[in-house]
Design a protein. Structure first.
Length: 306
């Protein structure tokens, strides 16, 4: 569900951003509005970003090799990290540069009504893309807040598309703000102010994404809820207690679990093997993402209390 939902959200954003980019470039050519140019570059960056996310989904499905025995699931994290960098370098940096240039060398807008119409249409298209991302995210979000979903999600595409679409919507509002005030006050400086606001917004989103994707690349373990479910699943049958556990996501849909468990003393080898198989089965039933499980049987050496 996570991969399928992510793909649907990516395709919706890709289609919307590609069409919007063309319209914005036409609008800039007609009006000369720097905020329109900044938004056009933003849409081009977003379109490229969606292409990279799709590429990451494709390459992550490669079969494991001797060199990469755990497969290529983290390709999705890598390309999402590149998306965060692109959002900053192509979107934020250019918008800030263009805004400063516009403030230093203000130029009057021509036919601003064209820019306004394009921005209004773009807001409608981005709203559709944003709604698609929200609908798909709700399928896996659970009861956590949206901020919690962005921070805790091990599936990178949906948080990336959510923040991109949110940034695109606010960016369009900022562009409309800049162009509108430039027309009302007859002062093109406001167009530069709107452009700077777009650049600052994209910079904040890029920093959030860079931090989150870097954390996933380094390796994040099971969520607290998943860890509780795994612990409860292990401590059953003839397992006396869980001694210690380590977990790490090696891909958005694949969790590695390694644990040492204390078994009842005196078990035969066949009984130990059967109990380990049963414990693994319980864990996979509780947390389907736990596909790789390594359990080390041991005895409970906890000192007895009197």
């Amino acid at each position: 569900m996570a991969t399928g939902g992510g793909t649907k959200a990516i395709l919706a954003a890709l289609a919307a951003n590609a069409g919007i980019a063309v319209a914005k470039f036409i609008g800039f050519a007609i009006t000369g509005a720097s905020s329109m140019l900044a938004e056009a570059v933003h849409s081009v960056a977003d379109t490229s970003n969606q292409g990279l996310l799709l590429l990451g989904q494709k390459t992550s499905q490669r079969k494991a090799t001797k060199e990469h025995p755990f497969g290529f699931g983290r390709d999705r994290y890598f390309y999402s990290f590149i998306v965060a960098l692109m959002l900053f370098s192509l979107g934020s940096a250019f918008a800030i540069y263009e805004g400063i240039h516009k403030l230093q060398h203000p130029e009057p807008l021509t036919t601003p009504i064209v820019a306004v119409l394009i921005l209004v249409v773009a807001i409608g298209l981005e709203t559709y893309s944003f709604r698609t991302a929200i609908v798909e995210s709700r399928k896996i979000k659970g009861d956590v807040t949206w901020w919690g979903f962005i921070r805790q999600s091990r599936t990178p595409e949906l948080p990336v598309v959510l923040l991109e679409d949110a940034g695109a919507l606010f960016g369009l509002v900022f562009a409309l703000f800049g162009v509108g005030l430039a027309v009302i006050t007859d002062d093109p400086m406001w167009d530069g102010v709107g452009t700077l606001m777009i650049g600052a917004l994209l910079g904040v989103i890029a920093i959030i994404l860079i931090i989150e994707m870097k954390s996933l690349l380094i390796g994040e373990g099971a969520t607290p809820n998943e860890l509780d479910a795994i612990t409860a699943a292990l401590e059953g049958g003839r397992v006396q207690r869980l001694i210690h556990i380590r977990s790490q996501y090696i891909g958005p849909d694949e969790l590695l679990v390694a644990a040492k468990i204390a078994l009842e003393p005196g078990l035969q080898l066949t009984e130990v093997a059967a109990e380990i198989d049963a414990a693994e089965s319980r864990v996979r039933d509780a947390v389907p993402a736990a596909r790789l499980i390594y359990l080390e049987p041991d005895l409970d050496r906890t000192p007895a209390t009197t």
